[in-house]
Design a protein around this ligand. Structure first.
Ligand SMILES: [Zn+2]
Ligand SMILES: [Zn+2]
Length: 68
């Protein structure tokens, strides 16, 4: 698969990851990897932050939507 963002710019770069939201291929330059905190716990305990992080892969477009 090729990087979608690069393809739009007329370049051909092999994709190294895929956006989990829209599924477009992304090269190292365009991939956005963000670690999301997982909150665990529930009634009767208040939510506490766990040390686990959930990595997610986003493209620049989806990242912009999620971080408005
Ligand atoms: Zn690219
Ligand atoms: Zn996307």
């Amino acid at each position: 698969m090729k990087c979608y963002v690069c393809a739009k710019n007329g370049k051909e770069t092999d994709a190294v990851a895929i956006c989990i939201v829209c599924g477009m291929g992304l090269c190292m330059e365009h991939v956005i990897r963000e670690d999301v905190d997982i909150w665990e716990g529930g009634y009767p305990f208040p939510a506490r932050k766990s040390r686990k992080k959930l990595p997610r892969i986003l493209c620049p477009e989806c990242y912009a939507v999620y971080n408005k």
